[in-house]
Design a protein around this ligand. Structure first.
Ligand code: HEM
Length: 444
């Protein structure tokens, strides 16, 4: 390991990216430019930090596999510690491994498919509030829908309007704490009071639910009950109340927003591509006729699935995944010094011209013939890679196909004229101005 990685060609101090916590259009475009102009490994100066952007699937695989030699940045912990506590998202090493082993059992296929009906019923309930001919920003709708579904799936409970607003508030604040956007110190202090109050209420609610279930032995069939059950079966090492609380809040936090932003991007792309909507409707008519989709239909809703895959390719919700090396590390014979940030970027890899023809074009058909299986690992990874791959991947895939199928069966969408999409990447990549579309009922 002779060569220092920072001797490789890159933009050096010309970098326009000053932080990885908050990426706007210009900074994302800069990362794309770097990935196309320099080699497989691009050294960057980001603020005071040395960062290495990986542009090559095998290096991405290598770093993802060696995940134990990397940690998340300290600002992630600062922003999320109060909310997520010791849930798996913030854990490293042995404690992560132990929690991951227990938690992933609740996501086994046969366990999660039972939620299909809830997902469709909640989507239909939302659609009953939509009106033919209405112009509507559907991004908040997707946020609320995924929150309602996640809450029901985790706690078997219906959120009231007020509760939903409170929970959305704390999830939203956690995202903004992450990038500190738009807050001065006084506002942060004010926000903190409300944040603390709601968090305490939520914690009390979760702890009393855990207590009730421990006393009654009741299994409500939700994720909380399943976590209590699997942790008990696992060497009898039951999770403490605190661990259970941290784990369910982690699932809520990690799942709800990512789902909502993928659904929002999918709806934006559909509304820009009427020809894709027509093809989608043909599939839905053929597979479903006029009945609702169900889990049993998923293997036949291939085009619906391709649309979502393509939306996640162009707009991966977790656009960049920075990892800090905890010791000196080697990539292709080059030394990455301890403390250096290695940047795994779905944003740039998913638009890599070597792997995707016309990479910036929305083309769901590219996923026909199992493209995903043919791509080398480390090219397409909306759910991450390696041992820390998203724990809710199968659940999310099922939920998104059911929701998009249910919406597209009922409504045709058109983006409002002259709407300019502004990209905004904090914890997730979203459209800053939402998704304003004209809704038109499909002819029955
Ligand atoms: C479209 C939806 C989703 C996307 C795109 C997504 C994406 C991701 C990605 C990229 C990671 C890895 C992050 C990193 O390594 O820095 C991740 C981790 C995680 N996701 Fe998801 N996710 C989605 C939905 C969900 C859902 C529905 C749940 C739970 C019900 C969930 C729970 C988690 C958890 C707990 C982790 C941390 C895993 C660990 O550190 O071991 N996600 N997700």
């Amino acid at each position: 390991m002779n060569q220092h990685i920072f001797n490789l060609p890159g933009p050096g101090r010309e970098s326009v990216v000053d932080t990885l916590a908050n990426l706007n259009e210009e900074k994302l475009a800069f990362l794309t430019k770097c990935s196309r102009e320099y080699g497989d490994v691009v050294p960057l100066q980001v603020g005071i930090n040395q960062v290495v952007l990986l542009n090559c699937p095998s290096y991405i695989e290598q770093v993802s596999k060696d995940r134990s030699l990397f940690v998340r940045g300290p600002h992630v912990r600062t922003a999320l510690q109060r909310l997520l506590g010791e849930g798996i998202f913030l854990q490293e090493g042995e404690s992560w491994f132990h929690q991951r082993h227990i938690t992933q059992q609740v996501f086994y296929h046969q366990r999660i498919t039972r939620y299909g009906e809830t997902i469709v019923a909640y989507t239909e309930r939302l659609l009953n509030r939509w009106r033919d001919g209405e112009i509507r920003n559907v991004q908040p709708d997707m946020m609320r829908l995924t929150l309602d579904i996640m809450w029901k799936v985790i706690f078997n409970h219906e959120l009231t309007e007020e509760e939903a607003q409170d929970i959305a508030y704390i999830l939203g604040i956690s995202t903004r704490l992450f990038d500190q956007e738009g807050f001065n110190d006084q506002q942060l202090a004010m926000q903190n009071l409300r944040y603390e109050r709601i968090l305490e209420q939520m914690d009390q609610y979760i702890y009393s639910l855990i207590q009730q279930r421990r006393q009654s032995g009741e299994n409500s069939g939700d994720l909380l009950s399943m976590l209590m059950q699997v942790s008990h079966e696992d060497n009898n090492s039951q999770m403490s109340d605190r661990q259970l609380r941290d784990e369910v809040v982690t699932l809520l936090f990690a799942g709800q927003e990512a789902l909502a932003v993928v659904l929002s991007w999918t709806l934006i792309l559909l509304s820009l591509h009427p020809e894709v909507q027509t093809k989608l409707l043909t599939e839905l008519n053929e597979v479903l006729g006029d009945r609702c989709p169900s889990v049993a239909d998923l293997p036949n809703l291939r085009y619906t699935e391709s649309i979502i895959k393509e939306a996640m390719r162009l707009y991966p919700p977790v656009a960049v995944m920075p990892r800090i090396a905890i010791q000196d590390y080697e990539i292709d014979g080059y030394k990455v010094p301890a403390g250096c940030t290695v940047l795994i970027s779905a944003w740039t890899m998913h638009r890599h011209p070597h792997f995707f023809e016309e990479p910036d074009t929305f083309n769901p058909d590219r996923w026909a013939n199992d493209l995903e299986k043919q791509l080398p690992r480390g090219v397409y990874f909306p759910f991450g890679n390696g041992p820390r791959i998203c724990i809710g991947k199968s659940f999310a895939q099922m939920e998104m196909v059911l929701i998009i199928a249910t919406i597209a069966q009922k409504y045709q969408l058109t983006l409002v004229p002259d709407f300019h999409i502004i990209l905004w990447a904090t914890i997730t990549l979203r459209s800053k101005q939402g998704v304003p579309v004209k809704l038109e009922k499909q002819c029955q």
